[in-house]
Design a protein around this ligand. Sequence first.
Ligand code: AMP
Ligand code: GLY
Length: 425
Amino acid sequence: MKVLVIGSGGREHTLVWALSQSPKVEKIYCSPGNGGIAAQAECLPALSQSELLEFAKKESIDLTVVGPEQPLVEGIVDLFKQKGLAIFGPSKAAAELEGSKLYAKEFMDEFNLPNAKYKEFSDLELAINYLKEISFPTVIKADGLAAGKGVVIATSKEQAKGALKSMLEDNAFGEAGSRVVIEECLQGEEISVLALVDGHSIVALESSQDHKRIFDNDEGPNTGGMGAISPSPLYHGELKQRIEEQVLQPALKGIQKRGLDFHGVLYAGLMIAPDGTPNVLEFNVRFGDPETQAVLARLDSDFFDLLLATSKGELAQAELKWKPQQAVCVVMAAGGYPGPYDKGKVISGLDQANALEDTVVFHAGTTLKEGQITTAGGRVLGVTSLGNDLAQAQDKVYQAVEAIQFDKAFYRKDIGNKALKVHST
Ligand code: AMP
Ligand code: GLY
């Protein structure tokens, strides 16, 4: 089988790595890929949707797998399917679950998924007036895609006003910020549940927990994600059942009732309230990054089979087995991220880190230049290890991280610590 993966981050390296382990996969292409992906796949330049389609036809690609949300929201799945090509991902209409926060909120309310109370605004004055009625902190979200930067947790009225102004008046996010959601700020523990959806069934993968803030102890600004663990110690027993009954099954029913063509991943970002209510903070319609690194490191089934079964609507027959170990992924970022940072720094120690037991270094922002791997993005690597328990996985992963060097490398030292506390209580 020939597979084409679209994207260039740590998530895509993980998808390529997991696909490369299937005995059925004979060749992987990736557009555009990165310095690490190049070891397992033939990297193509960044191509437009029509160029990707032409390539897939010419090379008789058996399955195309879309990593990031942008091409999904732009309708790549519809384009491929119109030409009869197999592709993993939701249609343009279904991708609105991620592409529009308002669409997602209306969907959650219609199908009774627990979520934060909200109001929608496109008029700055009305939005500012509404601030008089609410308490703080409150959450302000740009409706459309904003590369992970469209959510502001405003602790004061002044901060909320500033966020509203930048979205509704200064067009900081362009069209994506021309409508906003002001929603109740929820408290609790966050977990990510990624589920495969094939139109007939929804099957949760193992749970994970992201670490979104840049600094230890969840301080500083939000990032794309600085590390992840899988599984989350919270996801078992009654909570697992509540997520299935109150989130996943209603989401599937909604997808079916709305007639959405969804053959891909539904990612539910959840805030578990102190009373155990699994509130949905957001939906994504793709694999999470870096959650995928931690989750797929534990997969013990053929990943290609799973994706193909999902794309064909045959998920019910697919096998899904997991390694019992705990996974920890630590993101090594370029100093300065999520603000401005340097690129082009030579990375050393990758071979030593990869040689450690149960460890794999997924590349995110790297490139291969004159035989050397150099940094090319904010999140540079996702170092991932398995251990018999969380503490062992942490020991291994930080040993691997310490073996890797590049100028101004930055990483959190506490990935998994919050979950360790849950284990010990
Ligand atoms: P999103 O892009 O919607 O995932 O939001 C990014 C992050 O903002 C989430 O992972 C949460 O940490 C936080 N967040 C979003 N919505 C809320 C909310 N209603 N209450 C508290 N935190 C939130
Ligand atoms: N790690 C968060 C995301 O993938 O959206």
